[in-house]
Design a protein around this ligand. Structure first.
Ligand SMILES: Cc1cc2nc3c(=O)[nH]c(=O)nc-3n(C[C@H](O)[C@H](O)[C@H](O)COP(=O)(O)O)c2cc1C
Length: 346
């Protein structure tokens, strides 16, 4: 039996009890070790890797294995795998569990061409029987909970999320995250939370909602009303890190923390960049970190001038100078910028 997670009824994923029903979504190029550490600090119920190709994992490709480096302090942590071959997905799940992943998630929603053309992601999810075979192999291969993340279906005419979720529950999948859009929709329109609630009504395992998560009050209302057991935060926290903390806190206590001040936002981004430098070294961190700096300074007065400096970020003193200029500039007339994405991998 699942129940909507409340302070008295925690969210359970198989044998694992999560500290909050507000989880962090897998995001390619974002949910690396430093980002996960920040999210855990802000109280996330579960953090995860970005999707990693199972075939690359079983062939021990170094770039894939680097995505699967887990620090023992950052937990609970999931590894997300993408693939369509039961043996490869099972073997990759074993490798992830051996490396410290406490949950193994299968990506059944990725809409991008290079994934769907190989029969994985949203393509695999079109075939309920084939998907169930893959997940059954994964469940049998590991002792940790196996979960999935899916879309509503391929397109409006082929919504199969409730049927798919039921079939996966039957083979032992412990939790389902549903992005309330079809593959055909990409990231257009609004996510359909009524359709996500239909998946919740179809299964007893926890169902987590995804899509346009950006309001702590809505999150708590959907959980309290039993429409979902939890949510995953994705674009809502890019350039606006503390959204996660405010959501976790509101769901746990009903108290809405104030929006962070301009100085607090800059201080948080600054610390994130420090963590990236510690993890990757200065040169690589400043390349990876440019997007975070760009999101953070977009709301500043005279942002265009600051943005030009982001392209050239190579050394720490340049970064320090940029933060100082941003603080001097203050927030611009348009207010704080919240990034809008038109694409993603799930
Ligand atoms: C940059 C980016 C990368 C993403 N990468 C993944 C991924 O690796 N695996 C996955 O299942 N979903 C991925 N997604 C989808 C998100 O997990 C989430 O389901 C989607 O963004 C909808 O939530 P939102 O509207 O709150 O952003 C990605 C999304 C973005 C924006």
């Amino acid at each position: 039996m699942s129940c909507a997670a409340t302070p008295t009824c925690p969210l359970r994923v198989g044998s694992l009890e999560l500290p909050s029903p507000v989880l962090v979504a897998p995001m390619v190029g974002i949910t690396d070790a430093p980002f996960r550490a920040l999210c855990q600090e802000m109280g996330a119920g579960l953090v995860t890797t970005e999707m990693v190709a199972a075939e690359a994992v079983i062939r021990h490709i170094p770039a894939a294995l680097r995505l699967l480096e887990f620090s023992p302090e950052v937990k609970p942590v999931a590894a997300q795998l993408v693939g369509c071959d039961p043996h490869a997905m099972a073997e990759a799940a074993r490798i992830c569990a051996d490396r410290g992943a406490m949950v193994i998630d299968a990506n059944l929603g990725c809409p991008v061409k290079k994934v769907v053309s190989r029969g994985s992601g949203a393509t695999l999810a079109r075939d309920v029987g084939a998907t169930a075979r893959v997940l059954e192999a994964m469940v049998k291969a590991v002792d940790v909970p196996v979960t999935v993340k899916m879309r509503l279906g391929w397109d409006a005419k082929s919504i199969n999320a409730p049927e798919l979720a039921r079939a996966l529950q039957d083979v032992g999948v412990a939790m389902v995250t549903v992005h309330g859009r079809t593959r055909a929709q990409g990231y257009s329109g609004r996510a359909d939370w009524d359709a996500i609630a239909c998946v919740k009504a179809a299964v007893a395992i926890p169902v987590i909602g995804s899509g346009d998560v950006g309001d702590p009050v809505e999150i708590r209302r959907d959980i309290d009303n039993g429409r979902v057991d939890g949510v995953v935060v994705a674009r809502g926290m890019l350039g606006n890190y503390q959204f996660l903390r405010r959501a976790v806190h509101f769901v746990a206590t009903g108290e809405l923390l104030p929006e962070p001040t301009f100085e607090q936002r800059i201080a948080f981004a600054r610390r994130h960049l420090e963590m990236l430098i510690e993890h990757y070294g200065e040169a690589r961190a400043l390349t990876i970190g440019r997007k975070y700096v760009a999101w953070t300074i977009k709301g500043c007065a005279g942002a265009a001038r600051l943005r030009a400096m982001v392209q050239d970020l190579e050394r720490r003193p340049q970064l320090e100078a940029l933060w100082d200029l941003a603080l001097e500039a203050g927030v611009g007339p348009q207010g704080w910028y919240v990034p809008v994405f038109t694409s993603g991998e799930g």
